[in-house]
Design a protein around this ligand. Structure first.
Ligand code: CO8
Length: 291
């Protein structure tokens, strides 16, 4: 059975027996190996979960099977005590060119509505661990929405973001009208959603959609470095910080501040808060135990 290794990392999932020896990979509960994504652990301490969308011929169009696999990989990383952050990326040419149009083409309203079509995509936005999108190339439609479900977006210099659903006679359905508007403001979001026009990496950074722009070939390693930086902190406290920031998108200022205060108070119930402050006073590096 062939195993393809890139450095120390697994690229294809060969068998259950081989998997037992390799910490990075877990099968979907269906027992199938990953078909549309590559799953590894990266970083010097192997503590960054890494998911690469891998449907190059379709520019990583997000077919149902691909998103099910992404959900499985996220579940595995969420349950993995060593993983402190997750990176999702695509190829140099495309992060993802959207939901799979060929798969959607003949769907009826009745099927979409009664089957709650594509509702499982939400898994990306419910993960407690911080998720970084490393976007090279096209991030269109559902691809842009997938990136925006992540907590941090790093863009490669040639990245292009867009919500072109209007050109297909539909509208964004995985948060595009909501998250894009919150990220870039009403005027630019309206322009993108109503015209289908794309923005480039620099515009994405200027408008607040992406936090950093890197040369194409450095993007992924920079995203992994960011993941390593996050993973060096307490996973418990990182989850609280993420919950508090996400509160800003859901709550009034007063409610958000109350949530933040309660979470801040909660940190005083943790060993890691004690360790962090003690380490500062003792002029040493904190050693967090995620407790
Ligand atoms: N779905 C299926 N196949 C795709 C998709 C897609 N979204 N995008 C590209 N492909 C395929 C093409 O059909 C082509 O396949 P083939 O060679 O078999 O014909 C292959 O990828 C390469 O594409 P192109 O030849 O078109 O490559 P170009 O370099 O000429 O163009 C583009 C690249 C500009 C990215 C172009 O492919 C394009 O416009 N793609 C569609 C972009 C788009 O409209 N995306 C939005 C889709 S709708 C959506 O995402 C709604 C999300 C709702 C989610 C709801 C969740 C609850």
């Amino acid at each position: 059975m062939a195993v393809f290794l890139k450095g120390a990392s697994l690229l294809l999932v060969p068998s259950r027996r081989a998997l037992a020896a390799l910490p990075a990979v877990r099968l979907c509960s269906s027992g199938d190996q990953y078909k549309y994504i590559v799953v590894e652990k990266r970083g010097e301490k192997n503590n960054v979960g890494f998911i690469q969308l891998n449907r190059p011929k379709a520019l990583n169009a997000l077919c149902d099977g691909l998103m099910v696999e992404v959900g499985c990989a996220l579940d595995a990383f969420e349950a993995d005590g060593d993983v402190g952050a997750i990176v999702i990326t695509g190829s140099d040419r495309a992060f993802a060119a959207g939901a799979d149009i060929k798969e959607m083409q003949n769907r009826t309203f009745q099927e979409c509505y009664s089957g709650n079509f594509l509702s499982h995509w939400n898994r990306v936005s419910t993960v407690k661990k911080p998720v970084i999108a490393a976007v090279n190339g096209f991030a269109l439609g559902g691809g842009c929405e997938l990136a925006m479900m992540c907590d941090i977006i790093y863009a490669g210099e040639k990245a292009q973001f867009g919500q072109p659903e209007i050109l297909l006679g539909t509208i964004p359905g995985a948060g595009g009208t909501q998250r894009l508007t919150r990220a870039v403001g009403k005027s630019l979001a309206m322009e993108m959603v109503l015209t289908g026009d794309r923005i480039d990496a620099q515009q994405a950074k200027q408008s607040g959609l992406a936090s950093k722009v890197y040369p194409v070939d450095q993007l992924v390693s920079e995203a992994v470095k960011c993941g390593e930086k996050i993973a060096a902190n307490s996973k418990l406290i990182s989850a609280m910080a993420k919950e508090a920031v996400n509160g800003a998108f859901e709550l009034s200022l007063a409610e958000g501040n109350r949530l933040e205060k309660r979470l801040f108070h909660s940190t005083f119930a943790t060993e890691d808060r004690k360790e962090g402050m003690t380490a500062f006073v003792e002029k040493r590096k904190a050693s967090f135990k995620d407790q």
